[in-house]
Design a protein around this ligand. Structure first.
Ligand code: HEM
Length: 131
């Protein structure tokens, strides 16, 4: 049995800024391309660049790296910021589908991938504001 006792942050285990950038880029490329995610794509601005930058900055701090989002914009208040959008189970699952593909493509360590998937699922579920 392999004993896992990795005290490094998600940010370090992921490979820092370079891998996080790739993850977020792939995430929005999937959102832009997949048929199944058209409803959540339509909630976003035509140009995804700002959303991509903001998700990168937020995840940097959330993963234990530099707190880029907070330094620039203050407290994220993510749930409140998502209230203008109608987020039900289907929207959550569409978001997770993009993230699952992006994680599969950018993170080699399967254990880390599984941990991140579970953590993202929790936040995405917390963002639901419609039955
Ligand atoms: C559950 C499904 C979700 C949907 C449908 C959704 C949708 C959106 C939309 C439409 C925006 C505005 C983008 C724009 O301005 O064009 C946004 C912003 C954002 N989302 Fe989400 N989101 C979801 C989950 C999440 C999760 C799980 C996270 C974090 C892990 C997240 C992090 C962010 C951040 C950081 C922003 C930028 C906030 C700002 O304006 O400062 N979102 N999201």
């Amino acid at each position: 049995m392999q004993i896992r006792n990795d005290s490094r942050t998600y940010y370090e285990r992921l490979g820092g800024e370079t891998t996080l950038r790739q993850l977020v880029q792939r995430f929005y490329q999937h959102m832009d391309a997949l048929q199944e995610t058209k409803p959540i794509r339509a909630m976003h601005a035509p140009d995804l660049k700002t959303a991509e930058d903001k998700l990168f900055m937020f995840l940097s701090g959330w993963m234990g790296g530099p707190s880029l989002y907070i330094e620039r914009f203050g407290h994220p208040r993510l749930r409140q910021r998502h209230l203008p959008f109608s987020i039900d189970e289907s929207a959550r699952d569409q978001w997770m589908l993009c993230m699952r593909h992006a994680l599969d493509e950018t993170v080699e360590d399967q254990h880390l991938r599984d941990e991140l998937l579970a953590a993202f699922h929790n936040i995405a579920d917390f963002m639901r504001n419609k039955a």
